[in-house]
Write a protein that binds this ligand. Structure first.
Ligand SMILES: *Cc1c(COP(=O)(O)O)cnc(C)c1O
Length: 221
């Protein structure tokens, strides 16, 4: 996967150091994360709060491991997430930002966040509408314990990755308009195009870890 990312960077004319691989480890056992860590992987993404909290505790002995929450966060789960010290990449409302801020103050922490943009304007998807993104970013920047680092988007499912190039480009333009350096976009099928359009972080699960075990319980996070 890293070789594929590096090749995409070379084609796009950007240094390979620009693009981080986020290994999406949801539903994978902690042993799989340990194995990836032993090979040098440091950034891991989880979708469900309860699973993240459990894994962070189980892997607390890995000093350089960094967690990112890439699934939906409900405000009543903020108190569980903040102590993990992870980045929260799915902030899409000021109410959620304020809840994170309040907890971060209590815990004397600074939290890195990405703002999730609903780039395809899909009604069933999370994320702030592009037209409202600027106001949200400005409001979040006033919260002293949050560091707004960039944007995340999950573009529409399409038959061919090329069809999402315009969405990736729109996300890059939004980030540039608000001086946000991080762009979490691109997954296994479309990471080349996302990197050509400026991704700084690609999120890959199955292609790193293999097939996920089936989720049997209702989402807890
Ligand atoms: C699960 C997930 C991924 C990775 O998906 P794979 O198909 O396993 O590569 C990336 N981004 C988000 C937001 C996810 O939930």
């Amino acid at each position: 996967m890293r070789a594929r990312i590096d090749a995409a960077c070379a084609r796009a004319g950007v240094p390979a150091s620009r693009v981080k691989l986020l290994a999406v480890s949801k539903l994978q056992p902690v042993e799989a994360i340990r194995a990836a860590y032993a090979l040098g992987q440091r950034d891991f993404g989880e979708n469900y709060v309860q699973e993240l909290v459990h894994k962070a505790a189980a892997l607390a002995d890995l000093p350089e491991l960094r967690w990112r929450l890439i699934g939906r966060l409900q405000r009543n789960k903020v108190k569980e997430v903040v102590p993990v010290g992870c980045s929260v990449d799915t902030v899409d409302s000021l109410r959620l930002g304020e809840a994170l801020q309040a907890r971060a103050v209590q815990d004397s922490r600074v939290i890195e966040v990405l703002v999730q943009a609903n780039i395809g304007a899909e009604p069933q998807k999370a994320g702030v509408a592009p037209a409202e993104l600027g106001a949200l970013v400005n409001a979040l920047r006033k919260l002293p314990n949050l560091r707004v680092q960039g944007l995340l988007a999950i573009p529409p499912m399409v038959a061919h990755p090329e069809l999402n190039r315009a969405h990736f480009r729109q996300l890059r333009e939004l980030a540039a308009a608000h001086a946000l350096p991080e762009l979490s976009m691109g997954m296994s099928d479309d990471l080349e195009i996302a990197i050509e359009e400026g991704a700084t972080m690609v999120r890959v699960g199955t292609a790193v870890f293999g097939q996920r075990p089936v989720r049997t319980a209702l989402p807890a996070g």
